[in-house]
Design a protein around this ligand. Structure first.
Ligand SMILES: Nc1ncnc2c1ncn2[C@@H]1O[C@H](COP(=O)(O)OP(=O)(O)O)[C@@H](O)[C@H]1O
Ligand SMILES: [Mg+2]
Length: 1014
């Protein structure tokens, strides 16, 4: 089969191996990861063949076979990387950068087989060749040896291509599923097994299917090839479809319209042409496609060969000999024969100008002949690749005004397309809702989480190809929880088709522009123009030209207000991914320089306005980290953390701490321990709000027991922190040991803030250990100190306004002790303070104390809205340390109000979140109590008994004397209702319990026990 007559293509592409040394010409490509097609060709049974020949004949056979293979590769713009004995390795898509590299590889592979069979070799029987192709990310490597430098291709994809080659039956071509998916043209395939492609290309190293490639319908004109699948309906293009319908419908009424469709790659141009062809079919209108192609860009009339053949076929019933019917001259007939056979030698005796004129005339006549017999619609795709001769033909056809035409192309083709069409349609991004529909539609069989869809939509920014490919990729990923799914998706390589397209756009840049593009990619999807300029100065020979190139190639654009951005965030992503690690590290180093300069400038000018954004420490840290400068990264992370703390941005603090830990892990052990502890002390309070404090235990312990020396002050704080950690962990006795050490420190070196912190922690411990009076005393004591001047201050590593903390906890204790008046005044104090400092965490604490007070006083209707708000705030801000308390008191209140369903709901959600497992204090006790009370209210006696027993176990487990008494009272209440004893026989009598409650002064329990005693 003859695929294509592109004898000139080779010259036009500039055969890469003919001029300049390769490594020189490819220097820009080195250090770039490229998505390319790799081809392996091997002569089957060459050893056996060679054995039968004398050495010189053997050499000739090898030489000419290899030459033939090389020629076929060069014909389609491939680059021969290596020749080893009887095998050849080539890459497509590197030099020249071509997005259709898979197609090129496939055509070259078929061409090799075809040439071998045709006897072009001159040996009989001709040896058979096996060809294998695969596409994936590769890295070009320069290898120096005694004879100079050679290039090598590194990457798993190359290895896979080699294996696929071995799977090809002798004399045939084997391709991977990736290659098959990259070729939009119709192909004839035969399954040939599968291969473990492993590596990073496929999730979980899934096998990749391998096919034998029989043919590619490269120049077919009877269909419009669309990348990927086109089975789902067109979404969000109502007005565009309306225009197509009007144009095709008008055709039936003899109105010949022309329409241009302009849009970026992957915007859905081909898809709209396909729709047009379907609409036409519905109207009984015939269509013929003309497709521009990078391979044929330099072949005059190259795109029209297939179209001519198709028209001649269509004319068969009306005009069996179209040359006669169209009244062609002898020259024109010869031209028609040549063109439709894709030959280039027709009328070669005539001067070029004459040949071109004759060809134009001939084609126009044939097209018009067809239009005379049928309603004809010409669909022109990828007009940006049309050769100027084909453009001339199309212009002549439109001038004739007898044929309708739709021309689609990318913006760079605009100058060529502009003259052709009366109306122009600009295809933009899909709307968010259309994007959602598209993704949901593709995943309708196995629907995915909304949050995952949102993530896809954000990332695709309305580009249909990206939406489609991401959506298809989702189908392959196993159902993970939303977060895991997101991460998996952004970490995974871009889908092959998308990658190929984006990579090609970037690969077309010259070395200078590539470097600029890389520094931009490191700066992010959007960046201030000043940074772009500084980046240009740092990495480019000619920054101004490089910027212009990036804008011309629509890689970046300016958006006013001093900002520039990538035209699509996926372009940035692709540019970032395309950098080899070494290059990336260097570029982050450059970015760090740029940002530090910017920061120094703004710090100097104190924001006195150049419009330049101040570089944040978090950004600086990122670049330092990625530039491999760990110590510098930690300095910036520390500053960023301090800033986040001062803004009470707790989530940012958590993330910064995680990043610091990740960097610290790369330091030597001793230094790592020091840094970890420093950061642990800094973020302790924040992580406590998030209920994550226990992850800091080892790092705080190192400071508390003196293994890491951060000075005596911080050692005392660390000891109090340890006491607190133990209290939260349900081990108050152990906590008392730490507290004693801290207080001994304080006796030696008095410190107001640390003393305050110690008193507060002592209060928590005392209450748990059954000493409520001591707890209140401690708070009284520290309150006196807070009153003079320290009210709004923070102490030690504690960010929460300590006064609010003290008053809130104090109010709970007082409420339990029945000292309502004092409790009320402390609650009021807490509320006022938290309002004054508009501090979300403090306000939640004040609300909790307030709600609890009302709840215990039996004023449920007042307690309920307050506790609802506390609950909502706690969840909204992730203040999960108080989650069990918020939920429990709210639920208890709801149960009192008879809102059982709602109570059940908040309780089961809390159980599902599981925070009660981390906070082993009274807060958790109340979760058990609330669940037990709910069961009681629902008359589920045995469930209530189980839960009451659970509450008791919890309190005992946590050495919580006060709540053990609560739990025992609860058990007594449950068994009073059910008539069955709860838990084990060691339940004391009501009178014993009452005596104990009296002793502790727990008024809340006294009343309930009195009721039980009756
Ligand atoms: N409006 C749309 N609705 C659904 N799928 C679309 C839409 N537009 C494009 N697609 C899909 O996106 C992919 C890319 O579209 P394509 O027409 O090949 O882009 P272009 O020709 O502009 O590069 C194809 O798989 C196509 O089916
Ligand atoms: Mg297209």
């Amino acid at each position: 089969m003859r695929i294509l007559g592109v004898e000139n293509a080779e010259n036009a592409q500039g055969s890469p191996s003919r001029s300049g040394t390769l490594p020189e010409r490819l220097s820009a490509e080195l250090d770039s990861i490229r998505f390319a097609t790799i081809l392996f060709a091997d002569i089957v049974g060459s050893t056996r063949l060679l054995r039968a020949l004398d050495p010189e004949d053997g050499r000739d056979l090898l030489d000419s076979s290899i030459a033939l293979i090389q020629d076929a590769i060069h014909e389609f713009g491939g680059l021969v990387v290596r020749i080893q004995g009887d095998g050849v390795m080539a890459v497509f898509g590197v030099q020249p950068a071509a997005e259709d590299h898979a197609l090129r590889g496939a055509l070259a592979a078929l061409r090799i087989g075809e040439k071998m069979k045709s006897g072009a070799l001159g040996f009989l029987p001709a040896p058979q060749v096996r060809v294998g192709i695969h596409a994936g990310p590769i890295l070009l490597r320069r290898q120096d040896n005694d004879f100079g430098s050679i290039l090598d291709v590194v990457g798993h994809a190359a290895h896979v291509a080699g294996q696929i080659e071995k799977m090809a039956p002798p004399g045939s071509v084997a391709i991977s599923a990736t290659i098959a998916s990259l070729i939009a043209e119709p192909t004839e395939l035969r399954p040939a097994g599968s291969i473990e492609s492993g590596g990073s290309e496929t999730p979980e190293g899934r096998g990749e299917a391998v096919f034998e490639l029989l043919s590619v319908d490269f120049l077919g004109s009877d269909r419009v090839p669309v990348k990927g699948n086109a089975t789902a309906p067109v979404i969000g293009r109502e007005t565009e479809l309306e225009q197509l319908r009007a144009l095709v419908g008008g055709l039936a009424n003899a109105r010949q319209g022309t329409l241009a469709i302009i849009g970026e790659a992957g915007m859905g141009k081909s898809r709209l042409l396909l729709e047009a062809s379907r609409i036409a079919a519905g109207h009984g209108t015939t269509f013929a496609a003309v497709r521009g192609n990078a391979l044929l860009e330099a072949v005059p009339f190259g795109c029209l060969g297939g179209t001519l053949r198709h028209l001649i076929d269509l004319l068969q019933p009306f005009a069996p000999d179209p040359a006669v019917a169209a009244q062609l001259s002898a020259n024109e007939a010869a031209c028609l024969a040549g063109l439709s056979a894709n030959e280039t030698g027709w009328l070669s005796h005539l001067p070029p100008g004459d040949r071109s004129r004759i060809a134009t005339g001939t084609i126009v006549r044939i097209v018009e002949l067809a239009a005379a017999h049928m309603r004809l619609l010409l669909l022109v795709d990828d007009a940006q690749y049309l050769d100027s001769e084909t453009l001339m033909v199309l212009a002549a056809i439109t001038r004739g005004g007898r044929i309708a035409m739709i021309v689609a192309g990318r913006p760079e083709g605009l100058p060529r397309i502009n003259g052709l069409c009366a109306t122009q349609l600009r295809l933009g991004s899909l709307s968010r809702s259309a994007a959602r529909t598209l993704v949901s539609l593709i995943n309708r069989i196995a629907p995915v989480d909304d949050s995952v869809i949102d993530h896809v939509i954000d990332r695709a920014e309305g580009l249909p190809l990206a939406l489609q490919e991401f959506a298809v990729m989702l189908q392959g990923t196993p159902a993970a929880d939303a977060d895991g799914g997101d991460d998996a998706l952004s970490a995974a390589p871009l889908p092959a088709r998308l990658d190929a397209l984006l990579a090609a756009r970037l690969a077309a840049l010259d070395a200078d522009a590539t470097r600029l593009c890389q520094i931009c990619a490191v700066l992010g999807p959007v960046f201030p123009v000043s940074r772009l300029q500084r980046g240009g100065e740092l990495v480019c020979r000619n920054p101004v030209t490089a910027v212009a190139r990036l804008v011309d190639a629509r890689v970046i654009e300016f958006v006013g207000t001093g900002q520039a951005r990538f035209t699509h965030q996926l372009v940035q992503e692709a540019a970032y991914r395309a950098m080899a690690r070494r290059r990336r590290t260097a570029m982050h180093g450059n970015a760090l320089v740029i940002l530090k300069e910017a920061k120094a400038r703004t710090d100097l000018a104190l924001r006195a306005g150049t419009g330049d954004e101040t570089a944040s420490h978090a950004e600086l840290a990122t670049h330092a980290e990625k530039a491999g400068l760990h110590a510098e990264a930690l300095v910036h992370l520390w500053e960023a953390c301090v800033q986040a703390l001062s803004l009470a941005a707790i989530d940012a603090v958590r993330q910064l701490h995680e990043r610091a830990c990740a960097i610290v892990a790369r330091l030597p052990a001793a230094q790592a321990a020091f840094e970890r502890s420093r950061f642990a002390m800094l973020v302790f309070d924040t992580l406590q709000q998030l209920s994550l404090e226990q992850i800091l235990r080892t790092d705080v312990l190192a400071v508390a027991d003196g293994k890491v020396n951060l000075g005596p002050g911080l050692r005392t704080v660390a000891r109090i922190n340890m006491a607190l950690l133990d209290w939260i962990d349900g081990a108050p006795t152990r906590g008392m040991v730490w507290l004693a050490q801290a207080e001994a420190d304080l006796d030696k070196h008095e410190s107001l803030p640390r003393r305050t912190y110690a008193d507060l922690t002592a209060a928590y411990l005392a209450f748990s250990l059954g000493n409520p009076a001591e707890a209140v005393n401690r708070i009284d004591r520290l309150g006196a100190r807070l009153a003079d001047g320290l009210r709004g201050e923070t102490f030690g590593a504690v960010v929460v306004i300590p006064h609010v903390l003290a008053r809130a906890f104090g109010a709970w204790y007082l409420t339990d002790l029945g000292q309502t008046a004092k409790a009320r005044s402390w609650v009021a104090e807490a509320i006022n303070l938290s309002r004054r400092y508009t501090h979300a965490y403090s306000r939640m604490l004040a609300d909790l104390a307030h709600g609890y007070l009302h709840y215990r006083a039996g004023r449920m209707e007042r307690a309920l809205p307050i506790l609802r708000r506390a609950h909502a705030d706690c969840l909204r801000h992730d203040f999960l340390g108080f989650e069990p308390a918020c939920v429990s008191w709210l639920a208890l209140c709801m149960i009192e109000q008879g809102l059982l369903t709602e109570a059940a709901q908040v309780l089961s959600q809390s159980v599902e979140r599981g925070h009660f497992r981390k906070v082993r204090t009274s807060a958790t006790y109340y979760l058990h109590e609330a669940r037990a009370r709910l069961a009681m209210a629902r008359n589920e006696a045995s469930e209530a008994a189980n839960l009451a027993a659970l509450a008791l176990n919890h309190a005992r487990d946590c050495e919580d004397v006060v709540h053990e008494l609560h739990a025992l009272t609860l058990c007594a209440e449950v068994s009073a209702i059910s008539g069955q004893p709860v838990a084990r026989a060691d339940t004391p009598s009501i009178s014993t319990l009452k005596a104990r409650a009296d002793e502790l002064g727990l008024a809340v329990l006294q009343k309930r026990l009195e009721r039980l005693a009756i």
